[in-house]
Design a protein around this ligand. Structure first.
Ligand code: BES
Ligand code: MN
Ligand code: ZN
Length: 499
């Protein structure tokens, strides 16, 4: 998809289809008013006759509207004007883009970025418009022998903005939105792949390819390297699988060598069967998404490179397959992590924290500015927060605040949970320094409490994306979250640096 920006009056746009909004009940948006004037009341007549009420989600395609340059007009219902907020704006863009895609033209011009969305500025409205448009057109048909191509798919989307100082900001926001959308699409493609294709080796190959494309540095550690480093918590998870584990490090240097890097660590379990603590069969296929954290950090570094952010960013991906097998780790086994702390593996299905803890120790060598890990870590997070917000826990309130701000700015929302010392006692083991599970109570927090024992040397935050990384049911698929959140965090860091 090609995106661009034009400023100018809607009635003068030469385009296959011009899209304007209509509020409930029958109230034309500003852009629609301009079209209506040029068309001598054609639109308001239609509305008066009741052809369209402006209900959210509704559309009306008009041909040969007099007095204007566009070949077609698409009216998009915006719902009630009061209470038109972020969700409604995003839904309107999605509706418009889907309708355009069906309308048959290969190109269209959207006049929706001029709408009032609470206090959101043109930067927000444009970034979101691009992100939502890309999202609405995303398909994953790589594994289908016959692709279901639209008859004449939409190829070009033009955003019309007011001819004022907004144009410069809009162009910048368009580029950022595009980079974020490309990153999000990259994450989705990786995460949607099945476990038999997207193995740890495949992820490592993709990281190499990504690095080549964007001039990034890449290091891939194999089993022998990890043994030398003493990553026995990570290696314990890989033991039941025929797939060799990998440890991926990708570096983007957009700033001085002396600038401390932001380190992103992503859980890369390419399939989580639970291991010997086998999961029940229902929906187990969805455990191919257990590498969503890995995909998100690779996607974020890609977006950072596309935006040429003046930051140093490192993406670290411990990746394994969690399977039962003759060589698999048993419940009760005790391993020594890279940090030297010993862990009694009471449940082999609590494997995410085992691979993450060694990665969190490994990244100390980068003397990070901060570390953010991203993981589909606990089913408990889905129970606590559902599919709306990601769980956020941190050992530093400033970093937590920055991530919450980024979650609001990106509309890829997160919610903080308390990481209090009091939860640590649930991890007590009679035989090792700690167990890898903390009982039924507060499962998301005890998982983070476990990780916090490996993050004492730097500022750290943890995103539990178990409920937000993919959708189940008939719309099953990766959501691309939290790429928008992470990229907005980096954008804010870059802006703060520019001063
Ligand atoms: N990958 C799962 C978490 C998960 C489950 C994410 C369902 C999304 C949907 C993780 O490895 C896991 O199995 N966690 C266990 C931990 C428990 C054994 C302490 C869980 O949540 O049941
Ligand atoms: Mn598991
Ligand atoms: Zn898992």
């Amino acid at each position: 998809m090609e995106f661009s920006i034009k400023s100018g009056s809607p009635e003068k746009q030469r385009t296959a289809c011009i899209v304007v909004g209509v509020h409930e009940t029958r109230k034309l948006s500003q852009a629609a008013e301009l079209l209506d004037k040029a068309a001598d009341g054609y639109l308001s007549d239609l509305l008066r006759r009741g052809d369209m009420e402006g209900k959210a989600g509704s559309t009306l395609l008009l041909h040969k509207v007099p007095g204007i340059e566009a070949e077609r007009v698409l009216l998009v219902g915006l719902g009630k004007e009061t209470g038109f907020g972020e969700n409604e704006y995003r839904a309107a863009i999605a509706t418009a883009v889907r309708a355009l895609n069906h309308a048959g033209g290969t190109e269209g011009t959207l006049c929706l970025a001029g709408l009032t969305v609470g206090k959101r500025d043109i930067t927000w409205r444009l970034r979101q418009a691009v992100m939502v448009a890309a999202e609405s057109l995303y398909r994953f048909d790589r594994m289908k022998s016959k692709k279901d191509e639209a008859r004449r798919p939409l190829r070009k989307l033009i955003f019309s903005v007011a001819p004022s100082g907004e144009l410069v900001l809009a162009k910048q926001a368009l580029q950022e939105g595009q980079a974020i959308a490309t990153g999000t699409g990259f994450m989705k493609d990786l995460a949607n792949l099945p476990g038999n294709i997207c193995t740890p080796t495949y992820l490592a190959d993709q990281a190499r390819k990504l690095s080549k494309e964007h001039g990034l540095k890449v290091d891939i550690l194999g089993r022998a390297d990890m043994e030398k480093l003493g990553m026995h918590a990570l290696l314990a998870v890989a033991k039941g699988s025929h797939q060799p584990p990998k440890f991926i490090v990708v570096r983007y240097s957009g700033s001085k060598k002396t600038d401390k890097p932001i380190v992103l660590v992503g859980k890369g379990v390419t399939f989580d069967s639970g291991g010997i603590s086998l999961k029940p069969g229902a929906e187990m296929d969805e455990m191919k998404y257990d590498m969503s954290g890995a995909a998100s950090v690779l996607a974020t570094i890609k977006a950072a490179a596309l935006m040429k952010l003046p930051l140093n960013v490192i993406a670290v991906v411990p990746t394994v397959e969690n399977m039962p097998g003759g060589g698999a780790t048993r419940p009760g086994d005790i391993v020594t992590s890279m940090s030297g702390q010993t862990i009694e593996i009471l449940n082999t299905d609590a494997e995410g924290r085992l691979i993450l803890c060694d990665a969190l120790t490994y990244v100390e060598r980068f003397e990070p500015d901060c570390v953010i890990d991203v993981a589909t870590l606990t089913g408990a997070c889905v129970i606590a927060l559902g599919h709306v917000v990601s769980g956020l826990l941190a050992n530093d309130e400033g970093l937590a605040r920055e991530l919450l701000d980024a979650s609001q700015a990106s509309w890829d929302r997160a919610w903080q949970m308390p990481l209090l010392e009091d939860y640590q006692e649930q991890l007590k083991s009679n035989f090792a320094d700690m167990g890898n599970i903390g009982g039924r109570a507060a499962g998301t927090i005890t998982a983070a409490a476990f990780l916090s024992r490996f993050t004492k040397k730097y500022e750290w935050a943890h995103l539990d994306i178990a409920g937000t990384a993919w959708k189940s049911g008939k719309d099953k698929g990766s959501t691309g979250r939290p790429v928008p959140l992470l990229t907005h965090f980096l954008l804010a860091r870059a802006a703060a640096k520019a001063g």
